[in-house]
Design a protein around this ligand. Structure first.
Ligand SMILES: [Zn+2]
Ligand SMILES: [Zn+2]
Length: 195
């Protein structure tokens, strides 16, 4: 595995800036991969790994960069729970480890580096220096990833009879014997309104 510094350089380039989230995300990933015994996530081990992220903040980009898992590859799964947490799943062994950043790490940063004025510089220094145990809680978990959620799955596609749009497997609701796409079946969940 590459070093923290090497990964941070790549994370900064991919994310567009260096921030506390990059350090947290890289370190969460290193911890998760280490626990699963995965050392080459973007090379030899790339087909073994799926990652669930629970927040859409800076750290998520770093996690994607280190693990090579991406939404477009179907290997990065987003659960919008607003938690600074991620679960790393080894598809080969079925093992998973969920890593959660501890809430008190900001206070620790303040205690450790009271002389650093900028909060973000303070956090960046601390998130490099603190141990895994000070920064994260980890738990062994089992995640049953449905085959239809994995890369390469080929499933049925259908045309919604209401909007006429094509929809990938499983993303429909049957009502009164008719299959509808999710936005036609549940208009209240539609995020847009026509202009
Ligand atoms: Zn950032
Ligand atoms: Zn529709």
């Amino acid at each position: 595995m590459e070093s923290l510094d090497e990964l941070l350089t790549k994370a900064e380039a991919a994310h567009g800036h260096m921030c506390a989230g990059q350090i947290l995300g890289v370190r969460m990933s290193l911890l998760g991969l280490n626990r699963l015994g995965i050392s080459d996530p973007r090379g030899a081990d790339r087909k073994r790994l799926v990652v669930y992220v629970e927040i859409d903040r800076c750290a998520t980009d770093a996690i994607g960069m280190v693990t090579g898992c991406r939404l477009g590859k179907r290997t990065l799964k987003f659960r919008d729970w607003g938690k600074m947490a991620a679960t790393f799943v080894d598809l080969e062994s079925g093992r998973g480890v969920r890593v959660v950043a501890l809430e008190n790490s900001r206070e620790l940063a303040q205690q450790l580096y009271p002389h650093i004025e900028s909060k973000s510089a303070q956090q960046m220094a601390a998130y490099r220096a603190l141990t895994h145990d000070q920064l994260f809680r980890e738990q062994d978990v089992r995640v049953s990833v449905d085959p239809s959620e994995l890369p390469g799955f080929k499933g049925e596609r259908f045309l919604c009879p209401v909007c006429g749009e094509g929809v990938n497997f499983g993303r429909w609701i049957e009502a009164d014997g008719q299959r509808l796409c999710l936005s036609c079946a549940q208009p209240e969940t539609q995020y847009w309104t026509p202009e």
